[in-house]
Write a protein that binds this ligand. Structure first.
Ligand code: GLA
Length: 432
């Protein structure tokens, strides 16, 4: 676990936005939001991105008039807020839509700190929402497999829902066979977070805060977690986690977005080409609890060190681990330094040419190929999400670390600040 005592970055945020549509780089409104100076608009659309204009000019020169039209038109960086409904107990939910100068748009809501959509252009400028999810809050309130969610206090599994910390045994809510999964029955994904939105130098951001009480879902210590989504102008969705506790606890935070780079609902993800920068992975038992071994991927269907189609070996009945996972549902032990943000994985959809790169400072990545999706969940545009309609790249500490002293520690103590960064970065190359 990366622990640091850095200065509070929350101070960088601007005035909280009211629940109305607000164009971030436009003029004032009547609701007390600090207006942006015209000079700011100028800087955002031109000076910060001189290469956009240069690229557009170059494309025009080479006769790519249609593509140039897409790039040439200045797209304002915007941040909008709108009411997104109420929880059954009457709490207001707000949806924040962030758009960058390249036309990439994401939306985040304060229920579950969920990333509800990620709209990405392909190489021709055609936009698709690549994140599985729902059109309205209702879909998220029903039983759903963590689409887009911020997962905590402990993402992934803890065997038998028990662990010992400082000599005391803690018993968690059991919600996955005999085990505890993704923070319990009412984890962070089902809580209403407080939110603050604004623009930082890095781009439009939403900062979400949740205070988990001592004993919630069985975990010790009052834990304050701050998750910040920032949409960068390099088409990166940066997720920054920060947490502090008032008593020793265990912590593992991730984002559980399901991606299909052809577009959510557009069939399976089996043809995506995936690279995972991991020489080893965590074999599991029948309850998907790691055995503790870090097994070499060499000669197994888990070798993604060079690009391979997700579907190429996913039904390899000769591989015990593939059988246990029903496909890929395993922790990959990422190469490189734990604590240092580095490229962890990459996925490319061959028809659209859309590419997603995953960067993280975490030691592991759960590669989950939507094996449990079975058509019972109806998502965006009324499409039923079938088996393997999406894949997740959940950056994380290793599952069941509280019971595995050989794994990197997940213990957070009072006075320490947990900080971590994961980036999903999007691009597109020429499709065939
Ligand atoms: C995780 C788990 C999977 C499954 C999904 C949610 O990624 O590893 O086994 O539980 O969440 O359906």
């Amino acid at each position: 676990m990366r622990i640091a005592s850095r200065r509070n970055r929350a101070g960088r945020f601007l005035t909280p936005l009211p629940r109305v549509v607000q164009m971030a780089f436009t003029t004032s409104n009547a609701l007390g939001v600090e207006p942006e100076k015209p000079a700011m608009k100028e800087r955002a659309s031109n000076k910060r991105f001189p290469w956009v204009a240069a690229l557009a000019a170059a494309m025009l020169l080479t006769g790519c008039a249609e593509q140039a039209a897409v790039k040439e038109k200045p797209v304002p960086v915007t941040l909008e807020t709108k009411p997104f409904g109420k929880t059954p107990s009457g709490e207001d939910v707000t949806l924040y839509t962030l758009r960058n100068a390249q036309g990439l748009e994401i939306a985040v809501m304060n229920y579950g700190a969920i990333l509800t959509s990620v709209k990405v252009p392909d190489s021709q400028g055609r936009i698709a929402d690549v994140a599985l999810g729902f059109d309205s809050l209702d879909g998220y309130l029903e039983k759903q497999p963590y689409m887009g969610a911020t997962v905590g206090r402990y993402a992934n599994r803890i065997a038998k829902g028990k662990f010992v910390l400082n000599g005391k045994t803690y018993t968690l809510a059991i919600n996955n066979g005999a085990n505890a999964l993704h923070g319990g029955i009412k984890g962070f994904d089902k809580r209403v977070w407080s939110a603050k939105a604004g623009n930082s130098d890095a781009g439009p951001s939403v900062e979400l805060t949740y205070v988990s009480s001592d004993g919630e879902e069985g975990y010790p210590g009052t834990l304050t977690t701050v998750v910040t989504y920032t949409l960068g102008n390099d088409n990166s969705v940066r997720i920054h986690y920060k947490a502090a506790t008032d008593a020793d606890t265990v912590l593992n935070l991730t984002n559980h977005s399901y991606f299909n780079l052809a577009g959510a609902g557009k069939g399976t993800i089996l043809d995506h080409m995936v690279t995972i920068y991991a020489d080893r992975f965590s074999p599991v038992d029948s309850g998907l609890i790691p055995t503790g071994e870090r097994k070499s991927v060499e000669g197994t269907p888990f070798d993604f060190r060079t690009p391979a189609a997700i579907g190429a070996r996913i039904d390899d009945t000769g591989d015990e681990q593939i059988k246990l996972g029903g496909g890929y549902d395993h922790n990959f032990v990422l190469n490189g330094d734990n604590g240092k943000v580095r490229l962890a994985a990459k996925a490319r959809e061959p028809v659209s040419g859309r590419v997603m790169e995953v960067f993280t400072d975490q030691p592991g990545l759960q590669f989950y190929t939507g094996n449990f999706l079975d058509g019972s969940v109806t998502g965006k545009d009324g499409v039923r999400y079938g088996k393997r309609f999406g894949f997740c790249m959940e950056t994380q500490h290793f599952p069941d670390s509280p019971n595995k002293p050989e794994f990197p520690s997940v213990v957070l103590k009072p006075g320490q600040t947990f900080e971590s960064t994961t980036i999903y970065k999007f691009s597109a190359d020429a499709s065939k």
